[in-house]
Design a protein. Structure first.
Length: 255
């Protein structure tokens, strides 16, 4: 049976989200639930069942109240509210780990409901080319695409960097046919490029860039708050450029 538009983001997911966002000790307060959902209700001209607090007068806990209020909205609106509540200051301070998991689950299953048309100035042409070049490297491509998905939905900035680093590391392992970490591959990069016809200048520059890339990753991957958005885009693009050039060199040699 076809799912109606109103059920694209179903009640069972809304209930799950409310369990996290309105958790007894780590979630939004009853007043915050009323304030936040009422603001969206006014914006979208939606009538919500619980627009005053306390709910206890009605024999209701705050998780049930949030669930009922969310269900008054359509799927796209539910998506937007849950996404925004995951980023609410109270939630990020008191229940960040669970909220971030919820946000990933939200966009993984219902990302088609996202109203963000273009979240960044990322060079999508370069990214798409890189995805094409990664066709023969399944593990690396999977992580690259995971990083792209997280970046598009504004989730886990630190994990975007980590996914990119590991994606490049897996590609190098496949190309060099070893099991070394990214840091331990750096000395091989220049040699690899020169052996396949690249100039010494390019080989040296490539190796030095990769060295600084590795240092940047090690410095920032553990500190989500320190990462600058524009720098994440740069890291995405330089990772893409690294990958594209390395695979092209290998393909040319194989041909």
């Amino acid at each position: 049976m076809a799912i109606s538009p109103a059920e694209e983001l179903p009640a069972v997911f809304v209930t799950h989200a409310a369990e996290i966002l309105a958790d007894t000790s780590r979630g939004l307060s009853g007043n915050q639930i009323v304030k936040e959902t009422a603001a969206y209700a006014i914006d979208w001209n939606v009538s919500i069942p619980y627009d005053t607090y306390p709910f206890t007068k009605l024999g209701l806990n705050k998780r049930s109240a949030l669930t009922a209020n969310l269900l008054a909205f359509n799927s796209a609106q539910r998506y937007r509210i849950i996404r925004d509540l995951c980023d609410h200051r109270t939630i990020q301070m008191q229940n960040k780990a669970e909220a971030d998991k919820l946000k990933v689950l939200l966009f993984t299953r219902y990302g088609h409901l996202d109203d963000k048309a273009s979240p960044s100035d990322l060079n999508l042409s370069l990214v798409e080319e890189t995805r094409h070049w990664l066709d023969g490297y399944a593990e690396s491509k999977q992580l690259f695409e995971a990083a792209l998905q997280k970046h598009e939905h504004g989730v886990f900035t630190r994990n975007v960097l980590d996914d990119l680093r590991l994606s490049l590391e897996l590609l190098l392992k496949a190309i060099f046919e070893n099991d070394k970490s990214l840091e331990n591959q750096l000395s091989s990069l220049g040699t690899y490029i020169k052996a396949r016809g690249g100039s010494s200048e390019l080989a040296n520059m490539f190796a030095k860039l990769a060295e600084y890339y590795s240092k940047y990753q090690n410095s920032y991957v553990k500190h989500d708050d320190a990462v600058i958005g524009e720098e994440v885009e740069f890291m995405f693009e330089i990772t893409s450029s690294f990958m594209k050039h390395l695979i092209r060199l290998r393909s040319r040699n194989a041909g």
